[in-house]
Design a protein around this ligand. Structure first.
Ligand SMILES: Nc1ncnc2c1ncn2[C@@H]1O[C@H](COP(=O)(O)OP(=O)(O)OP(=O)(O)O)[C@@H](O)[C@H]1O
Ligand SMILES: [Mg+2]
Length: 367
């Protein structure tokens, strides 16, 4: 399967006088991917990020956004078409939350009604109450302001979001919450996100792939699993000992979640010829309201795929999509099972995580 590329850097450099602060950096970001850039302070993360939307012009190399060289694009339009979230939020203090969220829409002269509707929609998307729209930034906590920052970046519905240490200024608990919310949001909006952090845990958690920068050079690039297996001395030192285990404690279980599990409608026979049954031991019975009633081992179905209600086994205790792969495996070990249902408090049954997909992560066959 060929994947669509949203952002591509080809040997991109940035010079300030004689100083090469970004040095022939090349990478591609696939559509819908969260690509994390990490590295020590001053290594060039922010500069690289800002060159993507040309807040900082590059000195050499090529930058392609959705296949077009940014040199051929109108800079103002390019900036507006890409969402941008920064650490200290940058909300305008004299504007209400609604005006802040709709700022770009106002600039681009969208009708007032549309600005209001979009702000209402987005404040909900980022999990804040509607009545906050009339408040001013100073009347919100740091974490809440950060959510507004995300809402504002989404206002013009960009395909690409640039996030520069977006959760750097909040306490660890709020930070974890914001990371979980971002992952949840990303599941439904599927944006291409280039995310800068200097927190390795955060990189493992939100990144599909991670690029490590050192003194302007990209020294390592890969999935979290590939990164922790790097032989590079600098990378090994940078991510620290024990990172291999940290990865399991950090990568969200949703990364190995299977949504293509075999289902059958309650009161209907199971189609035993269905391809989707391959590799599965159970079929999941879905009720008319789309909730899951439980499961039936394929071996206990009648030969024509029929079954009776009393054959349906209730789902075992579900886990939240926020847990890590390590916790999921722990739950399985405790319960003596090889799989777990994942249920979201709000949106319900998300899917199944199997022991073997957790193992697949070790083998590196998953992102
Ligand atoms: N306008 C400028 N003129 C000269 N040098 C600059 C300029 N802006 C940034 N630099 C230098 O470029 C290098 C990279 O800066 P950048 O802001 O990209 O680092 P960073 O990786 O984002 O660091 P941090 O983690 O501290 O945010 C730094 O050494 C910085 O001093
Ligand atoms: Mg920076």
């Amino acid at each position: 399967m060929t994947r669509e590329i949203s952002v591509e850097l080809q040997k991109v450099s940035k010079l300030y006088g004689q100083d090469k602060v970004v040095d022939e950096v090349s990478f591609t970001v696939e559509k819908g991917e969260v690509f994390v850039m990490i590295g020590p302070s001053g290594c060039g993360k922010t500069t690289t990020l800002k060159m993507i939307n040309q807040l900082i012009p590059h000195s050499s190399g090529n930058i392609l956004v959705n296949g077009t060289d940014v040199a051929e694009l109108d800079v103002v339009e390019l900036r507006r078409s890409i969402g941008y979230v920064i650490q200290y939020i940058g909300l305008l203090p004299h504007l209400t939350i609604q005006e802040n969220i709709a700022f770009v829409l106002k600039l681009t002269k969208h009708p007032k009604k549309m600005q209001k509707d979009r702000a209402e929609e987005l404040i909900e998307t980022v999990g804040l109450p509607l009545n906050y729209l009339n408040r001013y930034p100073r009347e919100l906590s740091g974490g809440q302001q950060q959510r507004v920052g995300v809402a504002r970046a989404l206002a013009a519905n960009p395909d690409i979001l640039l996030m520069d240490e977006p959760f750097g200024a909040v306490d660890p608990l709020t930070r974890e919450q914001l990371q979980n919310e971002l992952l949840r949001l990303q599941e439904s909006i599927q944006k291409t996100i280039v995310f800068v952090t200097h927190d390795m845990q955060e990189a493992f958690k939100v990144g599909n792939r991670i690029g490590i920068l050192r003194q302007g050079k990209l020294v390592c690039l890969g999935t979290p699993m590939e990164i922790v297996k790097s032989d590079d001395e600098f990378v090994k030192n940078f991510i620290g000992q024990g990172a291999l285990f940290e990865v399991f404690d950090t990568i969200p279980v949703t990364r190995v979640l299977q949504k293509d599990f075999p289902t059958a409608r309650y009161d209907q026979k199971v189609d035993l010829q269905a391809e989707e049954l391959e590799d599965w031991e159970n079929v999941f019975i879905i009720d008319s309201d789309d909730s899951c009633k439980g499961y039936i081992p394929l071996s206990s179905l009648n030969s024509d795929g029929s079954y009776t209600a009393d054959q349906i086994i209730p789902l075992p205790k579900a886990s939240s999509p926020d847990i890590s792969v390590k916790l999921a495996v722990q739950e399985m070990l405790w319960g003596g099972r090889t799989w777990l249902p994942i249920v979201d408090e709000k949106s319900g049954f998300k899917g199944i995580v199997q022991f073997r997909s957790c193992a697949g992560l070790v083998a590196g066959d998953r992102r």
